[in-house]
Design a protein around this ligand. Sequence first.
Ligand SMILES: [Ca+2]
Ligand SMILES: [Ca+2]
Length: 359
Amino acid sequence: MLVRFLGFLFPFFLVLGCTNTQRQGAHLAEADSAASCAMSSIPSRFSRVAKSDSLHRQTGEDEAPMVYIEGGTFVMGSKNFPDALPLHEVEVSSFYMDEHEVTNAQFEMFVKATGYITVAEKELDPNEFPGADPALLVPGSAVFSAPDNVHGLHNHLQWWKYVPGANWRYPEGPGSSIKGRENHPVTQVAYQDAEAYAKWAGKRLPTEAEWEYAAKAGKHTSETYYWGDQKTEKGKWLANIYQGEFPRQNTKEDGFETTSPVKSFPANAYGLYDMEGNVWEWCSDLYTPDYYNHSPKENPKGPTTSHDPQEPGLVKRVQRGGSFLCNDQYCERYKAGSRGKGEINSPTNNVGFRCVKDI
Ligand SMILES: [Ca+2]
Ligand SMILES: [Ca+2]
């Protein structure tokens, strides 16, 4: 919990870098992506039998359509990103995966059923922030805010703001709403929030290997993007990312400034939508930059501890696929095989998730 506010309250703690924003300002580190578990109070529906209409489709307790992903072997990683090397062969078992990111409507169903309160909604303990102005210790979360001017792209606090009252119901803070955005991906969820949802739905979060295997969809070999080498197809954008001059001027050529309704862009060969772009997606693996040097070939599940040299001491999990803030100037990690990472208690308005289920 400490991490979420550190950077805003004590800017000198700021660690500059770039990849995924981590929550609460503190270490809204890197590019654009962000616990103790309170899951014991959540009634698990794991044991309930999900409705299925065929071998290839299944609907979970959250009524989200899932796609059957037949297991197999693929080459994991990317030669374009140091922490995604070496390229290595990985074998994953068959599983089901949500065809789209978990939506606001689905998350609301979960909250209504369980009374769950997300990390961003919880009160902060002043004992964890000695010396901080109590007036600043209020629930909230990090929100992207386009600045008028920017001095380089190293200090992400130029465009990430800690907004009291921002949470999944109010993604950009008080005055914003999910009304009319029921079909958009839920955001402002910390890792434990996503994990709690998955448990309720009788599912789990994907491993990084499962996520990449599904995104590559048996088609990808060494293309730049999950869909190929060209950024657009016949002039049309194939994912909700960022066009224009980041972070000041989003030209919205793909039609969306922030999140888009799920399934607004073409599905991949496995029938999965928005694997790249729209919102980052939490994976269950802890993050280390060198994991691929020693990961097992069969169903790798990540290292036992996390370590990010850019922000040592923070617990980070992998996030995948990039978001509506990704672009070639700043965060290229929407590209095929690349890895994102986020501090587990640092939700933002560009991080969400989708679930998988074992066969
Ligand atoms: Ca966009
Ligand atoms: Ca996505």
